[in-house]
Design a binder for this molecule. Structure first.
Ligand code: CA
Length: 228
């Protein structure tokens, strides 16, 4: 799927030039010609990266960035005028990922874009791995390991463990585990949670001499990292 880039730039010629170059590189693009429109689009969450000019009508680029960062960590590259040192510093302070000074060579801009997208990609991959001590669960790989050794789980065991890990150190009631793992419409016995917790303990805690999945009497279960 093509990565989507938002171009917030009021100078039509520059915006058009960037748009054509990005299209040529296989990116999808949208354009906004003023700060307000740019902020509105950037906040939509559909973009993989935002190119943000600083000198913009309506709302300037730094103000767009400041507001955007309240809700979004989308990579932002600011476009600043040459020698506008304050703009670069403020932009980075406000959470820009990088800056490019105008006039820029398109190759430099493309390189910065690739770099920002790559950094974002590795950040996301790291977020997709849940851990508790030596136990790791990779969501995209659907893989569970303890100390690097792979553990085979059924899909229900996997989603129970994933739910516990997503709520690490937080006690979950049987009811909330049922709802999260088996769904609202589950009609069977509530002790299915206890049964599956036992399966997980048999495959993890009992094999590796751990006490990760703990019972909180009268409440439910928690996965605990004793080192945190
Ligand atoms: Ca401008």
């Amino acid at each position: 799927m093509a990565e989507k880039i938002l171009i917030v730039e009021d100078e039509a010629k520059i915006a058009r030039f960037i748009e054509l170059e990005l299209a040529h590189e296989g990116y999808e693009t949208d354009k906004a010609e003023d700060g307000r429109k740019g902020l509105e689009l950037a906040e939509s969450g559909v973009y993989d990266l935002v190119l943000l000019d600083i000198m913009l009508p309506g709302l300037n680029g730094l103000e767009v960035l400041r507001r955007l960062r309240r809700t979004s960590d989308v990579p932002v590259i600011v476009l600043t005028a040459r020698d506008a040192v304050m703009d670069k510093v403020s932009g980075l302070d406000m959470g820009a990922d990088d800056y490019v000074t105008k006039p820029f060579a398109i190759e430099e801009l493309l390189a910065r874009i690739r770099l920002a997208l790559r950094r974002r990609g590795s950040r996301k991959a790291a977020e997709d791995v849940l851990t508790c001590g030596e136990l790791t669960l990779s969501v995209p790989r659907h893989e569970v390991k303890f100390g690097g050794e792979e553990i085979g789980l059924t899909s229900r065991e996997f989603s129970l463990l994933q739910t516990l890990l997503e709520n690490k150190n937080v006690v979950l009631s049987r009811d909330s585990l049922l709802e999260k793992v088996w769904g609202y419409d589950y009609m069977g016995e509530t002790n299915v949670v206890d049964v599956y917790v036992r399966y997980l303990r048999n495959k993890i805690d009992n094999v590796y001499g751990q006490n990760l999945i703990q019972t909180v009497r009268g409440v439910g279960y928690v996965i605990r990292d004793e080192h945190e």
